[in-house]
Write a protein that binds this ligand. Sequence first.
Ligand SMILES: Nc1nc2c(ncn2[C@@H]2O[C@H](COP(=O)(O)OP(=O)(O)OP(=O)(O)O)[C@@H](O)[C@H]2O)c(=O)[nH]1
Ligand SMILES: [Mg+2]
Ligand SMILES: [Zn+2]
Length: 362
Amino acid sequence: MPLPCALTAEQQSALDALRRDDAALLPALVVREHREAVLLLLPDGAERLARPSGRLRHGAAAPADLPAVGDRVAAEVPPGGGEAVVRAVLPRRTALLRKRPDRSVAAQVLAANVDTVLLTASLQREFSPRRVERALALAWDGGADPVVLLTKADLHPDPAGAARAAAAACPGAPVVAVSAVSGAGLGALDPWLRPGSTVALLGPSGEGKSTLANRLLGADLQETGEVREEDRRGRHTTVDRHLLVLPGGALLVDTPGLREIALFDAGEGIAAAFAEIEEAAADCRFRDCRHAGEPGCAVEAAVAGGRIDPARLESWRRLLREESFLARKAGIRALWEAKRERRAHGRMVEDALEWKRRLRGG
Ligand SMILES: Nc1nc2c(ncn2[C@@H]2O[C@H](COP(=O)(O)OP(=O)(O)OP(=O)(O)O)[C@@H](O)[C@H]2O)c(=O)[nH]1
Ligand SMILES: [Mg+2]
Ligand SMILES: [Zn+2]
């Protein structure tokens, strides 16, 4: 039985190259992360605990280079049982990165090789465009397609109206309203749940990610928890990232509720999430216009003319300020190394000059 996901040509050739040295290496899929170990799904359908090899641990340029959920890896698997060793992470097709939620300037991989991100926003609470646009930038920057998923549609008097309002607030991403309780709207997810494709649920605690995962799985595998009465927030029930193979053959990643999304070097994703600003900016008189009082600024003209929402311009500024703060803190060299690393992982990145230009501007 093969893995539930095909390897890309790039992943296959990386595996073939490794196998020339060690023919016994097997491809495997990372389905769960623990503190130091990962759980692998092997080609025979069995699961096996594994640790990264010492060489991988010490050779990794950054923690983000270690195996993460969704990674395809080359593993040495002792035939009789026992822990496996991950020799290498095969090149990632996409990677959802955020800044680690501590004081370090380092990225954390939320999930690798994700095709579609379902960004949850519960209809039990007020819709926050500011939170969603950050998540959109994260998804786009990682190379995945975001879908805004309005959950708990059964608790809202007009889910279709709410979906229209959300779509207006986050241009460029499809919006779907679903209920994991009644099943309403779930069919709309079918186009993204093709066999072998990977979908990740991302959003705050208590929005029904695990409830939806169980519904799609047809089994109560993931633990779910009540939300608090006062503010309808969750209690962080899910603690590990977990990849599930759905009956139809799609892969679904359930993640712990995100407290905050701090972007990590997500310039391209921000550009994609604020496409209307980037588009208008093409007509600014100065190429490095910051849209903050410069003469001939087309973006500010568009805001004045009601064609761009001033709150969106404000968010765009805030996200770029955070980016340049991060860059100054890290030092341009470290960030550039991180970018090179991601290029090695197959990510398209903008060139260094563009990056420096923004730094000077920020
Ligand atoms: N009415 C209604 N309640 C739901 C729906 N989906 C989930 N819930 C409830 O919302 C609460 C939180 O659900 P979870 O699935 O645990 O939420 P989560 O997003 O996985 O939360 P974390 O694991 O903490 O990040 C539970 O009490 C669920 O029963 C839904 O579609 N409708
Ligand atoms: Mg959960
Ligand atoms: Zn301008």
